[in-house]
Design a protein. Structure first.
Length: 353
């Protein structure tokens, strides 16, 4: 067994023992930048075993290859593709809106999956550029869509604007030849996370959805038909879903409408990661430049870079697993790598179904 593998197994076993109350644990969140990510094996599909707070991959031999040995690219760092970026405006026929687009894409030839990243309520799409760039380096056409939002949000209309981003990507002269619209992922944060799931329920091109701290209410409550309670749609949404959120900030993500309520309604396969010490705004690229919206939410105790880094990594791993079908990336979602990187270090708890 390689020394690196021995160390990896020892750390994972210590984490498992801690979760089973074999001894004490230090729940302090480490500070630091772009943290590594997670992956694993859903218990109902390929034999994982639950330890109470995280899923442990019990099917892999303890002396098996590390992710690097298996040829996986670590999603906590940029991938192998050189990328370019472009700003554009999409005219969405379904809504009559003209929405601003920012896209990052591989410069290499070929066709690549598409991922839409939707911004939060009154938050600028530029706060999510780190996500689209990271995805692009792994071979995705990734874009933000600046859908209109106000205190009188129209959720179905906003979701159609997001779907208009898919149509734009295929029609654009530069990006279009690179787009595979049979493999589309929908992501978003806060209101954008809710809308990403709503858009997924409206369009069969969407094959997976990974969202960041979605909130299932509106600024003035939730009055149909313009405000949709999206968690009620999830029992009939038959695509893989992932939810990364927090429970610290009940001011901006009320418990009755937070990410856990979405996960509770979602069909398997589904993943729930709770970022410990995060606030609702911890998933932005840079909270320090957020301004007034961030000042309305509760403060985080975990560093912004740590939570944002984990979120980028998990998003890439999720789509590598569920859009590209690379099962090995589950090690970064619920398996050994997630135990070592997130659970053992007190950064997160992880469950799946």
């Amino acid at each position: 067994m390689k020394d690196s593998n021995i160390a990896r197994v020892v750390i994972a076993l210590v984490a498992l023992c801690t979760a089973l109350a074999c001894g004490g644990t230090d729940d302090t969140n480490p500070s630091g930048g772009d943290s590594p990510d997670a992956g694993g094996r859903p218990p109902d599909s390929e034999g994982g075993a639950r330890d109470g707070s995280a899923l442990v991959d019990s099917s892999a031999p303890p002396d098996g290859p590390s992710p690097a040995d298996a040829g996986l690219m670590d999603p906590s760092a940029d991938g192998p593709f050189t990328i370019a970026e472009k700003d554009a405006t999409a005219a969405v026929a379904a809504t009559g809106d003209n929405v601003a687009i920012h896209v990052a894409y591989p410069t290499a030839s070929g066709q690549f999956p598409v991922v839409i990243v939707a911004h939060g309520f009154l938050l600028p799409p530029a706060q999510y550029t780190g996500y689209v760039k990271r995805l692009a380096t792994f071979g995705y056409v990734a874009l933000t869509v600046d859908f209109p939002n106000s205190f009188s949000n129209d959720n179905p209309k906003q979701a159609k604007d997001l779907l208009g981003g898919i149509d734009w990507s295929k029609a654009d002269a530069v990006v279009g030849p690179k787009v595979d619209v049979t493999k589309v992922g929908m992501s978003g944060h806060s209101l954008g996370g809710k809308l990403a799931l709503l858009a997924a329920s409206m369009d069969t091109r969407v094959k997976a959805s990974f969202v960041l701290d979605p909130v299932d209410s509106g600024p003035n409550g939730c009055s149909p038909p313009t405000c949709v309670v999206v968690r009620n749609l999830l029992p009939t949404l038959s695509i893989p879903t992932g939810f990364l959120g927090e429970t610290t900030d009940t001011a901006c993500a009320p418990t009755a409408d937070n990410f856990s309520t979405f996960y509770a309604q979602a069909k398997a396969p589904s993943l729930k990661v709770t970022a410990l010490g995060a606030s609702h705004m911890s998933f932005l690229d840079n909270v320090a430049t957020c301004g007034l919206p961030c000042s309305l939410c509760q403060a985080a105790t975990a560093p912004n870079a740590q939570v944002n880094g984990m979120a980028r990594s998990l998003m890439v791993a999720f789509y590598e697993r569920h859009l590209r079908g690379n099962v090995a990336y589950e090690t970064y979602l619920t398996g050994t790598e997630s135990m070592v990187r997130y659970v053992a270090t007190g950064q997160a708890t992880i469950v799946s179904k």
